[in-house]
Design a protein around this ligand. Structure first.
Ligand SMILES: Cc1cc2nc3c(=O)[nH]c(=O)nc-3n(C[C@H](O)[C@H](O)[C@H](O)COP(=O)(O)O)c2cc1C
Length: 218
């Protein structure tokens, strides 16, 4: 890939210049969706790492944590409610998703698949994802970094209309990689994440500009 304008300016890819004009080249809106509700969950470290990395580059980030949202197992998807009549958490998420420029899904690997709470969150929505890019971050306790779940997740995200970016971000031994608050223990992740986010930001800006021109259907 060729050198980006951000590289040339001495900033890391995806970083927003403090004097960026408000013309679509400034900070983007990201939704980071995390998928474990286990009492001993470890992946929240990876989700917080992503939030920190995006915020430190000047972007707005909302972290969706299924433990806080506490959705029931899917009964009625958001689209099955009349306008404005869905339960409050669904209305709140839908509003956030409509404003989003890009999503990041942070998934563990349960039996080679994404965790049930993540799939449940994803399935509650559809149109709100359309014409937007998504990055896939996976992790595991062992050495494979959740890559088998990532393959499943890419298929699911494509089905709900998201455009998944080519690179993925697998994290093996997640508790050795990040502290509980998402700060890095292993500095190699700082370099790896810059490339991944550079790619995601490129797609986020490209699709944001394209959405502004209009979409084929809602
Ligand atoms: C039900 C279940 C199934 C799991 N299956 C896998 C697996 O297929 N591959 C793997 O690498 N780790 C597997 N693990 C271990 C997880 O990688 C590890 O527990 C991880 O911390 C789970 O994410 P969480 O802590 O955010 O819930 C499994 C864990 C659970 C609870």
């Amino acid at each position: 890939m060729s050198t980006s304008a951000a590289d040339l300016a001495g900033r890391s890819p995806c970083e927003v210049s403090p004097d960026a004009p408000d013309d679509g080249n400034g900070g983007l809106r990201f939704v980071v969706v995390y998928g474990s509700v286990r009492s001993q969950r470890q992946g929240i470290r990876a989700a917080r790492f992503i939030v920190r990395q995006l915020e430190s580059r000047g972007h707005h980030v909302d972290l969706i944590d299924p433990l806080e949202i506490d959705l029931p197992l899917l009964d009625r998807a958001y689209s099955s409610y009349a306008n404005g009549e869905a339960p409050e958490p669904l209305e709140r998420l839908a509003a956030l998703y409509r404003q989003a420029d890009a999503f990041v899904f942070v998934s563990g690997e349960y039996n080679h698949s994404p965790p049930p709470a993540l799939k449940n969150l994803i399935d509650h929505f559809l149109h709100e994802y359309f014409w937007r890019p998504a990055g896939i971050v996976t992790y595991s306790a062992g050495s494979f970094g959740g890559v088998r779940a990532a393959v499943h997740l890419r298929a699911v995200l494509g089905e709900v209309g998201l455009v998944t970016v080519p690179s993925m971000f697998p994290v093996p031994r997640v508790s050795a990689a990040f502290e509980e608050d998402g700060t890095v223990k292993d500095e190699a992740y700082e370099k790896r994440i810059a490339k991944f986010l550079g790619e995601l930001c490129w797609y986020a800006r490209a699709l944001k500009a394209a959405r502004a021109e209009g979409v084929p259907y809602e």
